[in-house]
Design a protein around this ligand. Structure first.
Ligand SMILES: Nc1ncnc2c1ncn2[C@@H]1O[C@H](COP(=O)(O)OP(=O)(O)OP(=O)(O)O)[C@@H](O)[C@H]1O
Ligand SMILES: [Mg+2]
Length: 286
């Protein structure tokens, strides 16, 4: 049995109103412990709805979600257990900062878990370390931080609960390239340190290719594909017709093939460099 099992899950908003929408329709997939999964899909494809379901904020109208073999919505106790097992960092999490100091903000989750103050302090310092937030910033109001630092503080608040499953809904949205890179590095640090399972919603195909061992593609509330980056990006035409993109390196290879070169699909800088190097040495195939 897989660590996380999503079985035939469906959910709609606004039933019996003119705004009724079926956000998820019969979605099934599983995640093994320690995997890093990226979820991609056009805007409105159901990504955020699915993420909120994984920590029991939204209950499926049909189907069920099992973590470690247990239905997370079985009863009240299971629901609150899921909130701690699965840490969810929302889109633009910095909008939810509210503490007087960063320390207070990051401490909110661990305090909710009923940990004593000594353990809470340990968790806050550890989480600040994961996100490279300097200790002196912990005494500052989160509202006095820069945009990137606010994001880090908000993510630290989720990491401080040491969730076994860390879900981040578009954690790099609106950040500049160096901010993006630092968020990705802190997710990697968290994974390395805790062995956590990570689920990442992203609009960036490069990030999906670089970070995850499997990619889930949602299209209009249904799973279009679920597989390794290699499998997913071999469907470049279908992805493009869903309004999605493929990594730029994959596009370069497709363009080279059109020019008559024997270029295989790749999706990382290193692989693209290797292939292009080989093509330069070998010349045209036709
Ligand atoms: N609270 C809500 N009330 C009504 N409809 C909603 C609500 N939240 C989402 N929806 C609708 O449900 C569908 C799925 O939305 P969801 O937010 O899960 O998509 P998404 O893939 O996260 O999109 P995005 O990439 O824009 O974040 C969309 O049609 C959306 O308009
Ligand atoms: Mg969303």
């Amino acid at each position: 049995m897989a660590f996380i099992e999503v079985k035939n899950v469906s959910f709609g908003y606004g039933h019996k109103t003119p705004f009724e929408v079926q956000a998820l329709n019969n979605v099934s997939f599983s995640v093994e412990k320690g995997e890093c999964i990226s979820v991609i899909g056009h805007t409105g494809s159901g990504k955020s709805t699915l993420m909120q379901m994984l920590n029991a904020l939204i209950k499926p109208e049909a189907g069920e979600i099992l973590i470690n073999g247990k239905n997370i919505n079985a009863d009240k106790k299971s629901v609150s257990a899921a909130r701690f097992t699965v840490g969810l960092c929302f889109q633009y999490p910095e909008y939810q900062l509210f503490g007087e100091t960063c320390f207070e903000d990051i401490a909110f989750g661990p305090r909710n878990m009923g940990l004593n103050e000594e353990e809470v302090k340990k968790r806050v310092l550890q989480a600040a370390g994961f996100v490279h937030l300097k200790t002196e910033k912990l005494d500052v109001s989160p509202f006095d931080l820069s945009g990137g630092q606010k994001r880090r503080c908000a993510i630290a608040g989720v990491m401080a609960m040491l969730p076994e499953v860390l879900i981040l809904d578009e954690p790099t949205a609106g950040l500049d390239p160096s901010g993006r890179e630092s968020v990705l590095r802190m997710i990697e640090r968290y994974r390395e340190h805790t062995g956590a399972t990570v689920i990442l919603v992203t609009h960036s195909m490069e990030i999906a290719a670089q970070m995850s061992n499997r990619i889930l593609v949602l299209n209009k509330g249904e799973i279009a594909y679920y597989g390794t980056p290699q499998e997913i990006f071999s469907h470049s035409n279908e992805l493009i017709s869903m309004g999605l993109n493929v990594p730029s390196f994959t596009k370069i290879m497709i363009a080279l093939r059109r020019l008559g070169y024997n270029a295989q699909d790749v999706y990382t800088v290193e692989e693209a460099a290797k292939q292009i190097g080989a093509l330069i040495r070998g010349g045209r195939d036709t």
